[in-house]
Design a protein around this ligand. Structure first.
Ligand code: PEP
Length: 253
């Protein structure tokens, strides 16, 4: 049986300062789990990444960008180049977070282009699959999740697909303090994995790591991480303080 290594990721969004980011890394240094047992990741603003890479050098912490553009370079004022992210040493990038979809009008098509841009530049994409309350309450829940995964992975090979991380993030649970029940979280993650199996194979689906995100904290992470199809979490609020991030990171030790 192929064992998936759990992945605990924090997403700082547009919070903290460079100094606070560096202090955070100093605080967690030496306290992270063995990466063979649990991989850990922090996604931050491009403004912080260079200092964070320097501070985390030699540690197992994965440093991710929160977003990137779908072109490598050119006349795209204000955008973040995936090529430059790779050159600076960043290895992972979040793509299609619900806040990007909501405030920056990112469509499935744009997200698919960004997934291709990530692979073209040796970045591992952490693809977010959103689900709003109105969609959840409509009868089309399954087709909505399936279509987001299918569209994000258009023309992605099975070799590439194996390496991706997908986060199920019902946006009604993000920053709301309202976590999905463990059954709801497991069902969303299961749906994502089945979609990957249908698109590729069971072998690929067994390797893809599927995370749950939405008001995860050190009190509810236990039950969430115990679910069969949930391989880790993507935490916003709970990742902003070193001690609460460390609690999440070390749950499975
Ligand atoms: C997120 O933004 O990915 C997230 C899950 O946020 P929070 O944990 O704050 O709900």
């Amino acid at each position: 049986i192929f064992m998936r290594i759990p992945f605990i990721a924090g997403n700082w969004k547009m919070n903290l300062s460079v100094d606070e980011a560096v202090q955070f890394l100093q605080d967690i240094k030496g306290k992270l789990p063995d990466p063979k047992v649990t991989e850990t990741c922090i996604a931050a603003s491009p403004l912080f990444l260079e200092s964070m890479l320097k501070e985390s050098a030699g540690s197992s912490l994965v440093i991710a960008a929160e977003n990137c553009f779908y072109e490598d370079e050119g006349a795209y004022t204000g955008e973040t180049s995936p090529k430059a992210l790779h050159e600076m040493g960043v290895t992972h990038v979040i793509i299609g977070h619900s806040e990007r979809r909501k405030y920056f009008n990112e469509t499935d098509d744009i997200i698919n282009k960004k997934v291709h841009a990530a692979f073209r530049n040796n970045l591992t994409p952490i693809i977010c699959c959103d689900e709003t309350m109105s969609r959840r309450e409509s009868t089309n829940r399954i087709s909505w999740v399936v279509s987001q995964v299918t569209n994000a992975l258009k023309s992605i090979t099975s070799e590439q697909a194996k390496t991706i991380i997908i986060a199920y993030e019902p946006s009604w649970a993000i920053g709301s303090g309202k976590t999905a029940t463990t059954d709801e979280a497991e069902e969303g993650c299961y749906l994502i994995r089945q979609t990957v199996a249908d698109l590729y194979s069971d072998e690929v689906a067994n390797q893809v790591r599927v995370l749950y995100g939405g008001s995860v904290n050190d009190e509810n992470a236990d039950d969430i991480l115990a679910q069969r199809d949930i391989d880790g979490v993507l935490a916003g609020g709970a990742s902003l303080k070193a001690d609460s991030f460390l609690k999440l990171a070390n749950f499975l030790q």
